[in-house]
Design a protein around this ligand. Structure first.
Ligand code: NAG
Length: 736
């Protein structure tokens, strides 16, 4: 209880001297909304009496139907003790969808300043609810909203108690209708001195006026709420009706986020962690059900590898994999095999078991309950968790923030596309919130209550237990399972929190991959250099390349005059390119006539396949421009041409029984690259390139290394005979 001693103008002193204010609410469940409400009260030093906790709620689902009479009955019971206290002010607020934007001092100041003629004050709203036809009976207001909302009210204890006890009310009756009928009775209205806070000096009901109510930052960077038409800064903000999402948005800032200092709770958590280093002990981490959902996404190998590299004890994890793609079968089973025995348990569901994704997601909930894990972590196959501490830190955040559902914000590298939505349009799909770009770009860092997040989801075990029987992924069969889950959470008042305090990883881009899969290639990821460049580099760029590029030019080997030789592509790229070429199979016949060329004539023919024949021209040009050109500029100083051009890019096949060598020739290029794709002594014997003018031979047998040399005039060269097996090289004539 809070004692309000007013130091005030003497004229008013008698009115409010030592006025006692009792803040009350009714809540039968300890929902996240209630916790948020109490936290926001605490931030303003307000003590709240919570009535009805853990009683059975019989007042109906007030989200979708009328109800709430039970609220009145509980209040009547609890407030009886104040019935005679004429100097006591009772302030009632709903519990699950209300936050404080200011403290009690401000409430009392304004109540006394503006409503000294009243004994009971209700919040107002633009809708006459629940009985529209009562609208005409409402007294007119000069300015502001005309209709009563029962989620927020205050007044002197005797009048409040009398109002609560005037009529019989059933648990299932509508509480707003109860108060409305009293207010509309002119006699009672006058006796009780009832009025409405029509211009939101104290009470802001958000439904229907979201456009009018804005977030505002003061000179110190603190967030407050501004009602723009009335130019008021309301104190209690109520997300009634359809405005819950908007309240969630406001509640991310009001009392929780500051322009200067950022996220208040994040700071509290960091301080706590510094003090409590014992929390670092991994033995203290909760048990986890880890559910991986694999669909058509590239670089699954890397994704799974990053997952097993997570710094979370596998002895605390039950693993569950659902794979909907036959072509991922091998990757998934290989990975699962490599992890054998490390997890507490493993369940793998492949497509052939004909379990729909929605059903499989439901199964993860149920099996988590059976296994009794403390947390469920659901992650899709397009989530690359780069930071090894990601999962462990997320669990610790969830424990500290006491979230039911928490996700790290992840986006496609360099793009605004992410795994959450800041707002939802009326059609139920994506809408961009005011703060979306700032959050995705990391200009605003914190913990955000949002209307949708797809994956990953860290869900508290207690919540899973509660919701599993009601099948949240089946909640709306018209929506994708993740959207269905989010809709369910919104309707049931479970908050979806996301955090961008750390950069935990990114989203793998899958859109192009799905199309590329139709093209019958063996190694679709090779074509992913645009969509998923970082992952492409991890897989296909030679591991020594960056070191050579950034090192001194003297360290680039030069086996013959002006012939440089350096690591460019990974052995895996080379092997997969050979497989793609053989899979395509249309090698040229080695004659002078070549329909693929503009003139139809090839002076120095080889057995080859051009990059454009396998649809790899655009990708390969980009590769040369991004990875070869910088080496050229470093070595052959002063020559600059961007982007590079190349019309001759091809893989050559040498074998004794077909074409084993190539006579001396000049390339039609400013410079050329010639990349060894396979291994002498393993795949072939012989080979190598001899530069005639210098009588110098390069063995050219390090897989993935390229020779780079001037094309015309100086570097007449010949391909030496391959004597056994098959030798493959990748050649490009650059800047013809
Ligand atoms: C070319 O080099 C080879 C091997 O190093 C040597 O045997 C040969 O005599 C050289 N030829 C000329 C014309 O210098």
């Amino acid at each position: 209880m809070w004692l309000y001693s007013l130091i005030w103008g003497s004229a008013l002193l008698s009115l409010v001297d030592a006025t006692e204010v009792v803040v009350v609410t009714v809540a039968t469940e300890r929902t996240e909304g209630l916790k948020r409400f109490l936290r926001s009260a605490e931030r303003h030093g307000i003590d709240v009496q919570v009535y009805g906790l853990d009683e059975d709620w019989k007042g109906g689902d007030t989200r979708i139907e009328q109800g709430g009479g039970q609220k009145i009955r509980i209040l009547r019971r609890e407030l009886e003790k104040y019935a005679d206290k004429k100097d006591t002010i009772i302030l009632f607020t709903d519990a699950y969808d209300v936050i404080w934007a200011n403290g009690l001092d401000a409430v009392i100041d304004r109540f006394i300043d503006h409503y000294s003629n009243l004994r009971v004050l209700f919040g107002a709203e633009p809708f006459c609810w629940p009985k529209k036809e009562l609208a005409i009976e409402y007294p007119l207001v000069e300015f502001g909203k005309r209709f009563l909302n029962s989620g927020l009210f205050m007044g002197y204890a005797p009048e409040i108690y009398r109002m609560l006890s005037l009529k019989e009310v059933e648990d299932k009756d509508d509480d707003q209708l109860y108060f409305t009928m009293i207010y509309l009775d002119e006699q009672l209205r006058k006796e009780l001195k009832m009025g409405l806070d029509s211009i939101s000096r104290i009470f802001q009901n958000l439904n229907g006026v979201q456009e009018d109510v804005k977030l505002e930052f003061d000179g110190e960077g603190s967030a407050s709420v501004l009602n723009t038409p009335y130019n008021t800064h309301p104190i209690l903000i109520h997300g009634n009706g359809d405005s819950k999402m908007y309240l969630n948005y406001l509640s991310n800032y009001v009392g929780e986020w500051n322009v200067e200092n950022g996220c208040v709770r994040c700071e509290e958590r960091r301080k706590m962690e510094i003090e409590d280093e014992a929390a670092e002990e991994s033995s203290g981490l909760p048990t986890l059900s880890l559910a991986v959902f694999v669909s058509s996404t590239p670089f699954l190998e890397e994704v799974l590898k990053a997952l097993s590299a997570q710094d979370y004890p596998k002895s605390k994890i039950h693993l569950f994999i659902y794979n909907s793609q036959p072509f991922h079968l091998e990757t998934v089973s290989k990975w699962a095999e490599s992890q054998k025995g490390e997890f507490i348990s493993r369940t793998i569901i492949n497509v052939d078991m004909e379990t729909g994704e929605r059903e499989a997601r439901q199964m993860t909930l149920e099996s988590m309950v059976t296994r009794g894990s403390e947390y469920l972590f659901i992650i899709n196959g397009d989530i690359y968790l780069q930071r090894e501490e990601a999962l462990r830190e997320l669990v610790k955040k969830s424990l500290f923030y006491d979230t039911s559902i928490l996700s790290p914000i992840l986006n496609q590298p360099g793009k605004l596309f992410s795994n959450f939505w800041g707002a939802i349009a009326e059609n139920g799909f994506y809408a961009r919130s005011e703060d979306y770009i700032d959050i995705v770009n990391g200009n605003r860092i914190g913990l955000w209550n949002v209307p949708f997040v797809s994956s990953p989801l860290l869900i508290k075990g207690e919540l899973v237990k509660e919701i599993a029987p009601t099948r949240p992924f089946h909640y709306s069969k018209d929506l994708d399972p993740d959207m269905s889950f989010a809709l369910y959470a919104r309707h049931k008042g479970h908050f979806l929190h996301v955090t961008n305090e750390d950069t935990d990883g990114f989203l793998v881009v899958s859109e192009e991959f799905v199309d590329d899969l139709q093209k019958g290639r063996l190694h679709t990821e090779m074509w992913q250099i645009f969509a998923n460049r970082w992952l492409w580099e991890q897989r296909y760029l030679h591991e020594d390349y960056v070191k050579i590029l950034n090192g001194p030019v003297e360290e680039v080997p030069m086996p013959c005059t002006d012939v440089y030789d350096y690591a460019l592509l990974s052995p895996r790229f080379c092997a997969e390119l050979i497989e793609e070429m053989e899979h395509f199979g249309e090698w040229s016949d080695g004659s002078n006539s070549d329909r693929r060329l503009a003139g139809g004539y090839e002076n120095v023919p080889t057995r080859d396949i051009h990059m454009n024949q396998v649809g790899f021209e655009r990708e390969w040009l980009f590769f040369i421009d991004e990875y070869v050109r910088p080496m050229q500029e470093k070595i052959f100083v002063g020559y600059f041409k961007k982007p590079i051009e190349s019309h001759m890019m091809f893989v050559v096949r040498y074998k004794p029984e077909e074409q084993s060598s190539l006579r001396p020739h000049h390339d039609a290029s400013t410079f050329s690259i010639d990349i060894a794709l396979n291994q002498r002594g393993v795949d072939f014997e012989g080979g190598g390139v001899r530069y005639v003018r210098y009588n110098c031979t390069v063995p050219a047998d390090e897989v993935g290394h390229t020779m780079m040399f001037p094309g015309r005039l100086t570097h007449l060269h010949e391909g030496l005979p391959t004597t056994k097996g098959t030798r493959y090289i990748l050649v490009s004539f650059i800047n013809p």
